[in-house]
Write a protein that binds this ligand. Structure first.
Ligand SMILES: Nc1ncnc2c1ncn2[C@@H]1O[C@H](COP(=O)(O)OP(=O)(O)OP(=O)(O)O)[C@@H](O)[C@H]1O
Ligand SMILES: [Mg+2]
Length: 289
């Protein structure tokens, strides 16, 4: 698109701006009106840079899941454009959608595990469907289960796990392919506060490996403490996005250790970074880079 055209219509038609080269997700004037007439999203414009950790908050019915479903291409927009990693989602043919989705890890509130498969096989399944060899599966599954704290639960079935453990399996499954983008829709909605913190820390660890993470949650009180970017929705409209204002740099505050992140979630003051004991996951994160 020519630069002159951008100058003419920069604000009135955000969907026509030039792509942001750093963005992994761009919503440009996106609207979604469901067939029932319900408005899921109205003229939403935001862009998320590679490697960001972003919370989407808002009351029930405000449009959080609509954003997730549009990103998953489960629904089409009724206005505006969504660009993911430089690709306009409306231009992806139906038969190519499964390939597009391989770039997304997804975590849901209700875990969505396969009830008749063990922990190991739930995670292995995510690799099987993308055509990985048995050798690769044998190597990767134990690693990811160790990283998610499930090494001793390999042979358990989902109904033999606590809610927090089930969610860890679903995070392991979402991340075993190391997708560039991870979407979590109310991942802690069914969990108690302390278990929720563990899951959020896990998502933050994943973010520290370079994966862009988007988390939808009701809990705006908690996310306000997190020093991460927060996009807030109200009846389908973005009413807050502190992308540029927060802590001096886009994408939230400085890199926190996972323990500091947990402390913030608990509402405890974040300890001084140099006095933090080293998080064993931080070393693993290095290996994933
Ligand atoms: N499949 C659908 N058909 C019709 N209307 C829908 C559909 N999905 C969502 N909506 C409507 O769109 C609006 C936004 O819903 P959405 O599911 O995105 O909200 P949410 O913020 O995720 O809510 P919650 O916190 O309850 O999960 C609501 O008014 C909802 O009723
Ligand atoms: Mg929802």
């Amino acid at each position: 698109m020519a630069a002159t055209e951008i100058q003419r219509k920069p604000v009135a038609q955000p969907e026509r701006r030039q792509p942001d080269p750093n963005a992994v997700i761009e919503f440009r004037g996106v609207s979604k009106t469901y067939e029932s007439g319900d408005v899921g999203l109205e003229n939403a414009t935001f862009s998320i840079a590679r490697g960001e950790f972003v919370f989407i908050v808002g009351q029930t019915g405000s449009g959080k899941s609509t954003i997730m479903r549009l990103l998953l291409k489960e629904h089409e927009t009724t206005g505006g454009r969504i660009v993911v990693a430089g690709r306009d989602l409306s231009e992806i043919e139906d038969k190519k959608v499964p390939y597009y989705r391989r770039n997304l890890g997804v975590v849901f509130q209700d875990f969505k595990l396969l009830p008749n498969r063990t922990v190991h096989d739930n995670v292995a399944y995510a690799l099987q469907v993308t055509g990985r060899s048995r050798k690769e599966i044998r190597a990767k599954v134990p690693d990811i289960l160790r990283l998610t704290g499930l090494a001793t639960k390999l042979h358990n079935y989902p109904d033999q796990l606590s809610g927090g453990e089930q969610q860890r399996v679903s995070v392991a499954r979402a991340f075993v392919n190391h997708p560039p983008l991870l979407l979590a829709d109310e991942p802690t909605g069914n969990l108690d506060p302390e278990t929720s913190i563990g899951i959020m820390q896990l998502l933050y660890r994943i973010n520290r490996t370079g994966t862009t993470v988007l988390v939808a949650t009701h809990d705006s009180h908690m996310v306000d403490r997190m020093r991460r970017r927060v996009i807030e929705l109200e009846r389908g409209r973005i009413v807050r996005d502190e992308a540029d204002a927060m802590y001096g740099r886009r994408g939230g505050g400085r890199d926190l250790s996972t323990s500091e992140f947990g402390a913030l979630m608990r509402g405890e003051p974040a300890p001084e970074p140099q006095r933090m004991p080293k998080d064993p996951f931080d070393e693993v994160d290095e290996a994933w880079r």
